[in-house]
Design a protein around this ligand. Structure first.
Ligand SMILES: Cc1ncc(COP(=O)(O)O)c(C=O)c1O
Length: 465
């Protein structure tokens, strides 16, 4: 220890000694140690050894306005100096959360009525699931509680949201999913569409399957369907054309609520403010986080439609106080961060940039990455893109997961100063840069990724794969 009480143990050592990292192999971490990020600006990050990286993933699809915006830091500092915290239970409120709720509703799809604040995408989705149960209890439909997610969907890591998710590694060893969480098929035309089947035909098959699932379970037992407009963590899966219209028709037929998880798509990622705007989704419940503050502060928002709200309001005298909420719900510093973030996002037309520069990214990926060895499929919308690697481009055969080909490509890119993300399943590399990215930076991303793919293809050829 120094006289000030600051340990002189190197941070790398201290990290290995003291930090339990999320979504990290414990064995690998103990062997290799951390990579410590010290600052960021725009799309660039710098680590403690002075290495620079172009972050083509915006952290975890979340730093929508880019790193280092002083406007957000200043707004947070000012809010913290004025009122570092006060809770919002029992009708207490604060100016930033009031203004933020109003602002979010002004941006949201039609029909949204109220905003319930939390701290993460997981807790907001958890709130939504509890709201489905609460709503159906108040409506006198106590059996209508099952939640349908989708295979490869991702909604968070709490017990309920990991159960609603359809990613095997989030279930295995955790005794999940819990009962009453079901999973519909993944909308993945490239992988699961029948030969010669159009996207529209495939969408009809998926909607019919969902209809059959609900009928089999009994419509009176199914409370909600939860889904991302385009799936992020499951593989950047763009739904087949007409999917959302057909799925929503099924849900309406069976009085099943639609929870739209906008945690990744929301706040501009797809070139519109919300994924729901892209696909004409009319949510009953809508979940936001990530881009709401561009991750400068942990903040989430569960949006509630008029339809659900009116039941909650009418049932309130009998139900008593709504017994759900978080110590940090409506945190004034987080709400101030979100307001400043939205000023930048809207004021600098970053949603428009996501549309225009996103189209450029998609075109460049198709033209430069599409033809490369190992690349089976390139897909995406706006500034969300996925590149699926395959062992055989003709048969679309995947690599065995143990070969970790996508992970090797991501690691190679990282060595070269480019961060792309290998998703947990499906051999997919995800690209989701900050929405302030320029065309020149997109060129760097595409060229860096091409280099990583070529290098790993050469390595695999040398290994005889
Ligand atoms: C679509 C979606 N929903 C929910 C979550 C969970 O959010 P959080 O990690 O903030 O709990 C994520 C996180 O990546 C996500 O991608």
């Amino acid at each position: 220890m120094t006289p000030q009480g600051v340990s002189t143990v190197p941070l790398e050592t201290m990290d290995r000694r003291s930090v339990f990292h999320p979504a990290t192999s414990i064995a690998d971490h103990l062997a290799k140690g951390p990579r410590i990020i010290v600052d960021g600006s725009g799309v660039m990050l710098t680590d403690s050894e002075g290495r620079r990286y172009l972050d083509a993933v915006a952290g975890l699809w979340c730093v929508n306005i880019g790193y280092g915006r002083p406007e957000v830091a200043d707004a947070m500092a000012e809010a913290a100096r004025r009122l570092g915290y006060y809770h919002t239970f029992s009708s207490f409120s604060n100016e930033p959360q009031i203004r933020l709720a109003d602002r979010i509703l002004s941006l949201a799809p039609a029909g949204m009525s109220k905003v319930f604040f939390g701290n993460s995408g997981s807790d907001a989705n958890d709130t939504q699931i509890k709201l489905v149960w609460y709503y159906n209890n108040l409506r006198g439909k106590p059996q209508k509680k099952k939640i349908i997610g989708r295979l490869l969907g991702y909604h968070g890591t709490t017990v309920a949201t990991a159960s609603a998710s359809g990613l095997p590694s989030f279930h295995r060893l955790f005794d999940l999913p819990i009962p009453n969480f079901l999973h519909a098929s993944t909308p993945h035309h490239y992988r699961h569409g029948a030969p010669g089947q159009t996207e529209e035909q495939y969408a009809t098959v998926l909607a019919d399957e969902l209809d059959a699932l609900i009928r089999r379970e009994g419509p009176d037992t199914v409370g909600a369907f939860i889904a991302e407009p385009i799936m992020g963590g499951g593989g950047v899966l763009v739904p087949p054309r007409t999917y959302w219209d057909k799925v929503q028709a099924v849900l309406r037929r069976h009085d099943v609520l639609m929870i739209v998880d906008e945690v990744i798509c929301g706040f501009g990622r797809l070139g519109r403010m919300f994924g729901s705007d892209v696909y004409g989704i009319q949510p009953d419940l809508m979940t936001c986080a990530k881009g709401l503050t561009s991750a400068y502060f942990p903040l989430s928002a569960a949006l509630i439609s008029d339809k659900v709200w009116s039941v909650l309001r009418d049932g309130s005298p009998e139900a008593g106080a709504f017994a759900h909420g978080y110590t940090y719900s409506g945190h004034p510093v987080g709400a101030a961060a979100a307001l400043a973030n939205l000023d930048v996002l809207v004021g600098e037309d970053m949603v428009g940039n996501a549309d225009r520069t996103g189209a450029y990214l998609q075109a460049r990926l198709h033209e430069t990455i599409g033809p490369l060895p190992l690349v089976g499929h390139v897909r995406g919308v706006g500034l969300a893109a996925g590149v699926e690697v395959v062992a055989d481009r003709i048969t679309r055969r995947s690599f065995e997961p143990e070969r970790k080909v996508a992970q090797r490509i991501a690691a190679r890119c990282l060595e070269n100063g480019l961060i792309v993300r290998a998703l947990p399943v499906g051999g997919v590399l995800a690209i989701s840069p900050p929405l302030c990215i320029t065309r020149a930076e997109v060129d760097q991303v595409v060229e860096g990724l091409a280099r990583g793919i070529r290098d790993v293809a050469d390595e695999l050829a040398r290994e005889g794969a």
